[in-house]
Ligand binder design. Structure first.
Ligand SMILES: NC(=O)c1ccc[n+]([C@@H]2O[C@H](COP(=O)([O-])OP(=O)(O)OC[C@H]3O[C@@H](n4cnc5c(N)ncnc54)[C@H](O)[C@@H]3O)[C@@H](O)[C@H]2O)c1
Length: 257
């Protein structure tokens, strides 16, 4: 049933890892949350966890690389939760690739998820934001994209991943400029080494353990998904209304922009 008072956020890739932590934080902050993921079982579990804790959540099966699916998932979210205020484009793939090993198939797959997925999300969110009445110069919608410290400085053995995450910063800046006059902010968050299934696989693919990354981090500890979720909660809140087009590094001091 539509609820006009509660703000609505959709988080992609929220079935596990950083996306799950973001969804839990936003729910705790009072958002009704749409848990969108390729893996519906995991999405169902996160939505159930939120509901069990007294929050409001739905789950949606979504491949962010599919533009039509993205528009449908956003519409379903708006219909079932009674509005649309924040999109967190969190879903992403993290391949480790030596330069010579990148194939056209890998390029297409990773760019379709990490870059095109964010573009379809921006378009689908915009469709909803444009329907909202606006008072003066108030912010009516927020789009928050996942880049990476690897999207701020090029990382060894991550030709494809780093390139895709640099592109996310680019599309964040362009969308921020293009949508500012409509009261829509667009920002990005750049995590470092976060203990998630993706990062554990990257460590294995690089022949390293998670502990091997610790010396790269000034604060001398790896990141918990909730370290990142706290930053996204800020970007989703009205406390960040005067920030747009920015990438907020939350990497414990790996890169200094
Ligand atoms: N873990 C890190 O250290 C780290 C560092 C910097 C940036 N990031 C970025 O943060 C985001 C989340 O990373 P994570 O570590 O939680 O990853 P993860 O692999 O642990 O979880 C990603 C989630 O996204 C979902 N997903 C994958 N492809 C999808 C698609 N096409 N459509 C919808 N859902 C899809 C997966 O099912 C999974 O639930 C990614 O964009 C990643 O690049 C992660």
């Amino acid at each position: 049933m539509a609820n006009t008072n509660t703000k609505v956020a959709m988080v992609t890739g929220a079935g596990q890892g950083i996306g799950r932590a973001i969804a839990l934080r936003l729910a705790n902050a009072g958002f009704a949350v749409s848990i969108a993921d390729l893996n519906l079982e995991n999405a169902n579990n996160v939505a159930a966890e939120i509901e069990h804790a007294g929050g409001k959540a739905i789950s949606v099966e979504l491949n962010v690389a599919d533009r039509d699916e993205f528009f449908k998932a956003v519409q379903t979210t708006a219909d079932k939760l009674g509005g649309f205020d924040v999109l967190v484009n969190n879903a992403g793939l993290g391949p480790v690739t030596k330069i010579k090993d990148v194939t056209p198939e890998m390029f297409t797959k990773v760019m379709n998820v990490n870059v095109a997925g964010d573009m379809w999300g921006i378009q689908a969110a915009l469709e909803q934001f444009e329907k909202k009445p606006r008072q003066g110069k108030e912010v009516v919608g927020k789009i928050i994209n996942a880049t990476s410290q690897a999207g701020v400085r090029g990382n060894k053995n991550e030709l494809l991943y780093s390139s895709s995450k640099f592109a996310v910063r680019g599309l964040t800046q362009v969308a921020a400029r293009d949508l500012a006059k409509q009261g829509i902010t667009v920002n990005a968050y750049a995590p470092g080494i976060v203990d998630t299934p993706m990062m554990r696989k990257i460590a294995v693919d690089q022949g390293l353990t998670m502990g091997d990354y610790e010396p790269l981090v000034a604060l001398n500890r790896l990141s918990d998904p909730d370290d990142v979720a706290k930053v996204v909660e800020f970007l989703a809140s009205d406390k960040s209304d005067y920030i747009t087009g920015q990438t907020i590094l939350c990497d414990g001091g790996m890169q200094f922009a």
